[in-house]
Design a binder for this molecule. Structure first.
Ligand code: HEM
Ligand SMILES: *[C@@H]1O[C@H](CO)[C@@H](O)[C@H](O)[C@H]1NC(C)=O
Ligand SMILES: *[C@@H]1O[C@H](CO)[C@@H](O)[C@H](O)[C@H]1NC(C)=O
Ligand SMILES: *[C@@H]1O[C@H](CO)[C@@H](O)[C@H](O)[C@H]1NC(C)=O
Ligand SMILES: *[C@@H]1O[C@H](CO)[C@@H](O)[C@H](O)[C@H]1NC(C)=O
Length: 354
């Protein structure tokens, strides 16, 4: 961002050479144009967007998220995941929060949604914010801040006060507006699938303006939370015609998982992403991936590309680097196709358009 600002202030079009104007303008526009695909204007997002309009906005989100985590440590995972599902479908516009209506089936009710959770936490935050600053803070921003707070609270070093003074893993940009549309079909089309291979994952992320590093480091979100048998079934018993088990899954671990998932359609058994530490945000996930003990084919796919594989091993060596890169990529993801300025609206209730 600072580089485009520099270019703007340095390149005053030289009026004495009018024929240079057009190429210069093109250059300027190219520099200023958003890098992240779609109609959003990431340059209008900024840290502290509500500084004057609702100074306590971030503190209120933190308070409610902190209470929710105090009551139930497992709430951090669904809060983080909600922001991801929001951003990958129609950009970060809180479309994931909209309820279906009589004439429209929303994202929430798409297949990959199953097991989305923590909507009640978002609603509680929104209620408090509406009381304090009516029609000011968007639901899309609440998702972004809550995800940042959840992951910060789940990070050991943060709770020990060794990360940043403000207890945050990274600074979150705000200024998003809420969209008016939510579509179950789009959710099915845009969200990555747990059986995706590396090429599919790369192209899905690329279609959101996100690169290999974003893919590798954001997959580290699977340090937190649980999965359910239907998300693994194909991998355990019916992977290809040749292998009934996914060859990228450790055989012994596969046998354990098959035992846990006796009934393929069992949607109640919870499978920890990182057994024994699924409420702690750390780099243990990458050690599991390196041992072929990631839960999903998509987790193991990170080993089948040179660049993503190198990042996996890098994060095993340096958790600190993982935390740093994670924050950068969360900011990148939070910019995907956002609505800003006068686009969209500020919803008063996150589940319905105004
Ligand atoms: C790279 C492609 C990705 C795929 C294929 C994928 C797929 C999945 C699947 C299948 C589940 C389990 C659903 C269930 O069975 O209940 C899951 C859970 C989860 N995902 Fe991802 N995911 C991906 C990327 C991400 C990203 C980028 C984030 C966040 C930045 C994320 C955060 C989470 C979290 C926190 C959970 C646990 C949720 C809970 O415990 O409630 N995932 N993911
Ligand atoms: C997800 O969709 C299923 C139907 O496909 C629905 O039964 C379930 O309630 C939805 N989950 C949420 C959180 O809305
Ligand atoms: C396994 O996969 C094949 C083809 O991919 C499919 O026809 C079959 O129904 C699957 N079996 C089970 C038990 O899911
Ligand atoms: C879980 O599975 C049962 C039976 O297989 C089904 O009735 C129920 O709707 C499922 N729940 C969800 C949340 O998908
Ligand atoms: C949205 O749907 C949920 C669950 O179906 C319901 O509890 C909630 O009241 C709805 N919200 C609004 C604002 O209609």
């Amino acid at each position: 961002m600072s580089s485009s600002t520099m270019v703007v202030s340095m390149w005053v079009p030289p009026l004495r050479h009018p024929r240079l104007l057009l190429p210069l303008l093109v250059l300027l526009l190219a520099e200023v144009a958003p890098v992240h695909g779609g109609y959003g204007k990431p340059s209008l997002l900024r840290v502290g967007f509500y500084k004057h309009s609702c100074p306590d906005a971030e503190a209120i989100v933190r308070e409610v998220v902190g209470q929710a985590v105090g009551d139930d440590q497992t709430v951090t995972a669904p809060l983080l995941r909600l922001h991801f599902h929001d951003c990958f479908v129609r950009g970060c516009d809180a479309s994931v929060l909209l309820n279906s209506t009589q004439t429209n089936t929303a994202e929430k009710n798409a297949k990959p949604n199953h097991t989305l959770d923590a909507f009640d936490v978002i609603d509680a935050i929104k209620e408090k914010l509406e009381n304090k600053c009516p029609r000011t803070v968007s639901c899309a921003d609440i998702l972004a801040i809550a995800a940042r707070d959840a992951v910060s609270l789940a990070t050991k070093v943060v709770t020990k006060g060794e990360w940043r003074k403000d207890g945050n893993l990274y600074e979150v940009e705000t200024g998003r507006r809420d969209g008016l549309v939510s579509s179950t079909k789009e959710a099915a089309a845009h969200l990555p699938d747990s059986f995706d291979g590396i090429q599919k994952l790369i192209s899905r992320f690329a279609s959101k303006g996100l690169g290999l590093k974003d893919l590798a480091v954001l997959s580290g979100a699977h340090a937190l939370g649980n999965s359910h048998c239907p998300s693994l079934e194909k991998r355990l018993r019916n992977f290809t015609a040749q292998y009934d088990t996914d060859p990228t899954l450790d055989a012994a671990y596969g046998a354990t998982l098959r035992q846990q998932c006796g009934k393929p359609e069992d949607n109640e058994t919870e499978l920890a992403m990182v057994p024994g530490s699924s409420t702690t945000f750390d780099a243990t996930y990458y050690s599991l991936v390196a041992e072929k003990k990631g839960l999903f084919h998509s987790d193991e796919a990170l080993l089948s590309n040179g660049a993503t594989r190198m990042l996996v091993y890098g994060y095993i060596r340096s958790e600190k680097r993982f935390f740093g890169d994670f924050g950068v990529s969360m900011v990148n993801m939070g910019r995907v196709a956002v609505l800003t300025g006068r686009q969209g609206e500020i919803r008063t209730r996150c589940a319905v358009v105004n």
